[in-house]
Design a protein around this ligand. Structure first.
Ligand SMILES: CC(C)(COP(=O)(O)OP(=O)(O)OC[C@H]1O[C@@H](n2cnc3c(N)ncnc32)[C@H](O)[C@@H]1OP(=O)(O)O)[C@@H](O)C(=O)NCCC(=O)NCCS
Length: 199
């Protein structure tokens, strides 16, 4: 990206704070949005300091009303998308990799230092570097997006892997690695996460 384009994008970020139709929109000056024009924001969105949204012209990010993205989070779109509903709370240092799509429904809560990784690496061919094989899978888009249901709670330090659907109101215990779908209103813990009880 050219130097001028970078300055334009930074100015665009700062100008969000001045838009009359964005009531109480708060984007910290140290937050960075690569391409503000492909960011759709609701009312009262709070993007805290140090957070980076790595999007492009063709990769959409939606963030709903009253949603807070805390300090030092990374939303990396790749070639994909990230849709975050309203009243969502994303705690600090969360990483969301949206290459094959991530949808987080209203009122969900993501604990600090969690990672939501929507894409999978292909590594069968030992002659091609893994990072180049990964580019191929991204283009094929043959896996499902990650979906985190309404009012679900993801504990601290969790990892949510590609294609996983976490049901409405489900709770994932701290430090869990979620490899399979978790039914609604279940409590799941561990690596791999297993349901231990219902709410
Ligand atoms: C998953 C959780 C909600 C369960 O809470 P709870 O219903 O009170 O469950 P309990 O403490 O009675 O634990 C039930 C069992 O699960 C185990 N367990 C609880 N949390 C666990 C976790 N995160 N990982 C592995 N096992 C866990 C307990 O050791 C206990 O096992 P046992 O039956 O063999 O003794 C809670 O432990 C948790 O991890 N909450 C997330 C907290 C967090 O990350 N907060 C910050 C983000 S906002």
């Amino acid at each position: 990206m050219s130097y001028i384009k970078k300055i334009q994008n930074r100015l665009h970020s700062i100008l969000f704070n001045l838009l009359p139709n964005k009531v109480n929109l708060k984007i910290a000056p140290s937050a960075r949005v690569y391409t503000p024009s492909s960011l759709t924001l609701g009312l009262n969105v709070d993007i805290s300091r140090g957070t980076v949204i790595k999007n492009k012209d063709n990769t959409k990010v939606k963030i709903g009303d009253n949603t807070c993205i805390s300090e030092y989070c990374v939303l990396d779109l790749g070639e994909g998308y990230i849709e975050i509903g309203k009243e969502v709370f994303i705690n600090s240092h969360v990483v969301i990799l949206g290459h094959l799509g991530v949808v987080i429904d209203d009122y969900a809560h993501i604990g600090p230092h969690s990672t939501i990784a929507s894409h999978k690496h292909i590594f069968q061919n030992k002659k091609i570097p893994i990072k180049e094989q990964d580019v191929k899978i991204t283009k094929q888009k043959n896996t499902k997006p990650i979906k985190i249901g309404r009012d679900a709670l993801i504990g601290a330090n969790c990892v949510i892997l590609d294609g996983v659907q976490i049901g409405e109101g489900a709770i994932i215990g701290a430090g869990s690695v979620v490899t399979e779908d978790i039914p609604k209103y279940s409590i799941a813990v561990g690596s791999p996460a297993k349901v231990i009880k219902k709410r």
